[in-house]
Structure formats: structure tokens, C-alpha cells
Design a protein around this ligand. Sequence first.
Ligand SMILES: Cc1cc2nc3c(=O)[nH]c(=O)nc-3n(C[C@H](O)[C@H](O)[C@H](O)COP(=O)(O)OP(=O)(O)OC[C@H]3O[C@@H](n4cnc5c(N)ncnc54)[C@H](O)[C@@H]3O)c2cc1C
Length: 416
Amino acid sequence: MKIGYPQEAEEFRTHVRSIIASNLPKDFRGVGAMDKSQGDQFIKNWRSILHQNGLLAVSWPKKYGGSDLTPLEQVVLMEECTKFGVPTGGPNDVFSIQMIGNTILVLGSEQQKEYFLPRILSGEDVWCQGYSEPNAGSDLGNISTRAFLDGDDWVIDGQKVWTSYGHLANWIFAVARTDPDAPKHRGLTFMLVPMDQDGVEVRPIRMLSGDSEFNEVFLTHARTSKENIIGQVNEGWGVAMTLLGFERGEAAATFPIRFMEELRKLIELAKLEGTNQDPHIRQRLAKCFSLAEIMRFLGYRSLTRYLAGSQPGPESSIFKIYWSEYHQGVTNLAMDILGAKAMTPGHKNGPISFPTDFSGSANSASNWYDVFLKARSGTIYAGTSQVQRNIIGEQILGLPREPKVDTGPWSQTRRS
Ligand SMILES: Cc1cc2nc3c(=O)[nH]c(=O)nc-3n(C[C@H](O)[C@H](O)[C@H](O)COP(=O)(O)OP(=O)(O)OC[C@H]3O[C@@H](n4cnc5c(N)ncnc54)[C@H](O)[C@@H]3O)c2cc1C
């Protein structure tokens, strides 16, 4: 089925194309074709070109640095950037723009919007996510990082873990317990904490892939101004859930475009390797194509909702399960297409993540191997597949809720 866009969206496409054409080096073959430092530098410069042209957060209001456009233009932008193999932002923008930026936009005070949003887009502030703790992952309500007011500041003590790109950030958004005697989901406050201070220590964790993209973050009498909270004191749970909606669902309409391009590269790879003649490989490629097409239409459904003004809600969980499980399947297939070559150690490229958005050539075994490894974590971060199924069961299908055993004061029911 061919879906057409309105005239304004096509005009925007022409505008984006001309910006890409006039800024992309003639010999550009994708970030995947560069070494890590060149790749990092390219992404940094490219992000700044997008920013100068109002293309980093196109649907944000102009007064905060956006372009006052709609999620449809965001889709068009993604289509064009994917076609040219260029990123739509930097490695922390998923936290800075997609998560905290959008949350500030819908729930922040006017003062917070005016202060934080332009700084996010200019790159002056770079954010990371401080939700998970050693005893609070799926059970996020069990957070034990504590915060209390000391004059005009919150003082925060605790430990966050799995903090992706925390080593690149200068701000962390964190959920902290401000009333231990309230039930576990009620005594939490959503805080914005500067990381450039003695009370914040970031320690890298080495991953399966050999990279150290995530970290432990230790908060020891860390301080933030008492104004730096979103929403009300002890009402941070709702804010945290709004942000998770953006984390799981905001990209519903744009991700499928990247996945389709990744699949196109995989088909190219199968041809190069000669495995496109193998009936089993052909069958699996065809299945991936059907799944990617279904994802694209799920994306259009979300886009229709966003254009009507709704925010991502529990239905984001459907998308979260769908893409993360699809991605494990498609990268398993990539390994089978490459066979022993998949184990070829390659140079580590720039921050290639899921999908192979920035990889230069279809036959780079090290790129596919990297993406294969990273895809393992897709069914864990942003909430595991099991937890998404609980959300779908309880909040969408209206099935009976899991029995709750810890409804009393958190201080008496805490799990440690
Ligand atoms: C690559 C990566 C990046 C991450 N980045 C960040 C980040 O930047 N910031 C951040 O705050 N966190 C981050 N995380 C952490 C992530 O959000 C948690 O790992 C995730 O929420 C799961 O929590 P957990 O690891 O504590 O597992 P647990 O909650 O201990 O779960 C263990 C297992 O039990 C299952 N389980 C738990 N509860 C239930 C239930 N009620 N019903 C059914 N099954 C259940 C889970 O599905 C899982 O299989 C990241 C994780 C990864 C892998």
C-alpha cells in the first residue's frame, strides 16, 4: 500500500534534502565506514548542523528551539536521514530530547521549559536516565535513593545503575524517595540533578559487546536546587510513567523506517554472501519483511494518534515488545547469513546502536556482530518484555491485576 503525505510534508522533505545535500561530504559512506573518533566527531558536527537548521526537535515550539511542526515532519526527517545514512541526533538525545525534553515540555513549569529546552538542543546540557537501582528495575517503585530538603536544596543519597551514556552527561533525571512512610509509589519525587559536582560519581560497566556504554552512578550528598523537580513533591511516579511512555512509544512512527533500511541492507548482505539462494534464508528474510511492514503500519497508527494530540500511553508497550523481539530475530538471521565470518573481529566504529542506522556498507561483519550483541538487551531496557506483557494485560486488555503485597508504608515493606 502506498501512503501519500500532504503537500506541506513534501515541501518539508525538499527542504531537508537540500540541507543534507549542502552539508554532507561528497565522499560520505556512513559512520560505520569511519573509525570511532572520526565517527564521534562526525555525529557531533552533524548534530550541530541539524540544530542550526531547527531539525533536532521539529515538533517543539519555536520559542524553545523547535520548528513548530508536527510528528509527521519528524517522520519525513527520519525518512530522509535514513536514506542518506545520517543520524537524527547524538547518542544522548534519546534521553535529552525524546525522554526528558518531551517530559519537561508537557509537565515542566514555564521557567523550566525556557531554561532547559534550548540548552538541550544547543548541546550545552546532555542528559542521562537515573531510574534503575540494584533493587529497583522492573519493580521501579522500590527505589531507595533518598532525598531531603536542606534550605533551598535537595540533598540526595543513593545508587543508580545501568545508566546509559552517563559518562557523557552533565545532568541526570532521577527518581528519589522523599517520603519513606508513604506507600512505595506515593513517596517519590522526580528530580533534575547536575552531575558536575563532588557528590556524583560515575563508574563505567563493561558490556558483553566490550563497550562501556552504561555506568553506575553514586549520589553522595549530591545537591540540586529545590526548584529542580518536575511536578509536585511525592508525586514523581506519574511523571516517571509519562517519561516511560516517551521512552517506549515516542519513536513508534520513526523506528520502523530505520528497521526497514536495516533489512534492506541485510538482503543486500545475503546477496553478497550468496545465501539468498538458500530457501530457509529466503523464507526468514521474507518473514522479517512482513514483520517490518506490520511494524511500519503500527507506526502509522501511533502517528495518527500523535497528530490528534495524544501522548504515548500504555499502548507503547505493544511497540516496545514488537520491535525488540523483531530485532533479535533479524540480527540472529544476520549471524546465520554471515556464518563464521560473523566472528571476525573488526574495528569498533562509532556508537552504532540498533538498528544499523549508521553502518556504511552492507557487508561489514563487525557492524552486524555489534548490532547482534546490542539487540540482546532490547528486551530488557526500557522495561522487560515480561513487564510490557503485564502492562498490556492489565492496562489495555483489562485483565485482573497482579496481587499487590506491598501496599503499606515503603519503610515497612521495602525489598532489599
Ligand atoms: C542496555 C541497557 C541499558 C539500560 N539503560 C538504563 C538507563 O539508562 N537508565 C536506567 O535507569 N536503567 C537502564 N537500564 C535498566 C533497565 O531498565 C532494567 O534492566 C530493566 O528495567 C529490568 O530491571 P532489572 O535489570 O533490575 O531486572 P529485574 O527487574 O530483576 O527482572 C529480572 C527478570 O524477572 C522478570 N520480572 C520482574 N518482575 C516481573 C513481573 N512482575 N512479572 C513478570 N516477570 C517479571 C523480568 O522480566 C526479568 O526477566 C538499562 C538496561 C540495559 C540492559
